[in-house]
Ligand binder design. Structure first.
Ligand SMILES: [Fe+2]
Length: 430
């Protein structure tokens, strides 16, 4: 390992197939111990002043990041998944963040037509809602595929640790590990902006859900505390925007994003746990395809532009906005007591293990976890004209399933208000 100046290193992992492309990657030694490295000239990082200058031209594709170079910054997709092209106008080199496999050929054409060279392709985390195009882009261009070191994706060429402080082309960028949505989630911090992946969305979009494989509400709270300490001037660019909200300063997000409001870790975990839906089966298929680095865009069925990664993410756009009829727990309890539930189906949409947990379950329920409902609708056909009461822990998942059933033509659907938590509370008072 060679040293440049006091503590600057170039990392060249042994197994990186495009090692020549790493000649612009400098890292601070303490964040990357034990890796093979060779000496390179250190590039002076941009200053905060440079970042402020850049912010003034936020709405342009090309903005000035320093006196010497212009930054290229462009969001490439029309749909709610966001892919960012970022680079240096002077060096004519770019990186792509969170590419979609279905658009890879378009990205390659754009980069080629602009006379640019793609040096690195990054995923902010392992995606569960779309198939990543990073592996294919790497194949087509020789760009190095970079993810956080916790990434389970097999074809990643270089895995970065928390605090990785580097230059991509001549752009300074720092990696911040922000688990919670997934174990491998990371934010990319540039002098004037932050790519937050699914760790933080915009405004009332809140943040990415924490109930997918690898998700953890407590870790997410800790990651958000790290984001709260970052400067207010950074512009937030998330990996998803489902409602056409515009990127804005982190300072504004601190004031109005519901996930950034002051809460104890315990309160945050409870708040999110009450909204957990669990991964839909198709999302598990997408994750598997991404672990395997598929180059097949049809490797998993994916609903069109569903807001699947937001909290209360659904299989179907608009489902969470639908009003559904409710039935109070007291009424359900009265009907159980008076034997008046004949002809009514109680559909418990929690995970099977929850039915054996502390809240237990109502007798004779049918259990289909929320994530499987859309693919198992045929099992419910015989109840289409009958009364269905959906049940979960506190009402969130039951609401989603009731809305899905109503949209699918089921006529008499109610959600049990307050879920099993309220059902057990009522037990104490009756
Ligand atoms: Fe995600």
């Amino acid at each position: 390992m060679g040293v440049v100046g006091r503590d600057k290193f170039l990392i060249l992992p042994n197994d990186v197939k495009h090692a020549k492309d790493w000649d612009r990657f400098t890292v601070v030694k303490k964040f990357a111990p034990g890796l093979n490295a060779v000496a390179v000239p250190h590039v002076k990082p941009a200053t905060l002043k440079d970042g402020l200058e850049a912010r003034r031209k936020l709405h342009h594709d090309k903005i000035r990041t320093s006196k010497e170079s212009e930054m290229i910054f462009k969001q490439l997709n029309k749909a709610s998944c966001k892919t960012y092209l970022i680079g240096s106008e002077n060096a004519k080199e770019v990186i792509v963040v969170d590419p979609l496999l279905e658009h890879v050929n378009e990205y390659v054409s754009l980069i080629k037509n602009e006379g640019l060279k793609l040096t690195h392709v990054l995923d902010t985390h392992t995606h569960a809602d779309h198939i990543s195009g990073a592996g294919a882009l790497s194949d087509l261009t020789g760009a190095v595929y970079v993810m956080h070191q916790e990434s389970p994706v097999r074809c990643v060429a270089f895995r970065v640790p928390d605090g990785f402080d580097c230059h991509l082309s001549d752009m300074p960028v720092k990696v911040m590990h922000t688990p919670g949505h997934t174990k491998d989630s990371m934010c990319l911090i540039f002098p004037d902006r932050i790519l937050t992946g699914d760790t933080l969305f915009l405004d009332d979009g809140g943040a990415g859900r924490t109930d997918l494989p690898g998700g953890n509400p407590g870790e997410h709270w800790e990651s958000l505390q790290k984001i709260m300490k970052l400067p207010d001037h950074l512009i937030v660019y998330p990996a998803h925007e489902y409602r056409g909200r515009e990127p804005s300063r982190l300072g504004e997000q601190k004031k109005r994003n519901p996930n950034l409001q002051p809460r104890t870790k315990e309160a945050y975990v409870k708040w999110l746990t009450d909204m957990q839906l669990g991964a839909a089966d198709w999302m598990k298929d997408v994750l598997k395809a991404n672990y395997e680095c598929t180059r097949d865009p049809k490797a998993a069925w994916i609903p069109v532009d569903a807001p699947a990664c937001e909290i209360k993410g659904t299989m179907s756009p608009g489902v969470n906005e639908l009003q559904v009829p409710v039935i109070p727990v007291t009424e359900v309890r009265r009907r159980i007591k008076d034997n008046q539930l004949e002809g009514t189906m109680i559909l418990d949409v929690r995970e099977p293990a929850e039915l054996g947990g502390e809240l237990g379950a109502i007798q004779d329920v049918i259990n289909i976890p929320v994530g499987q409902v859309t693919q198992r609708l045929h099992e419910l056909e015989k109840y289409k004209e009958k009364e269905i009461i959906t049940v979960c822990r506190s009402g969130g998942r039951a609401h989603t399933v009731a809305a899905i059933l109503l949209k699918a033509g089921f006529r008499k659907v109610f959600k049990m208000n307050g879920g099993m938590a309220a059902f057990r509370e009522a037990e104490k008072t009756t």
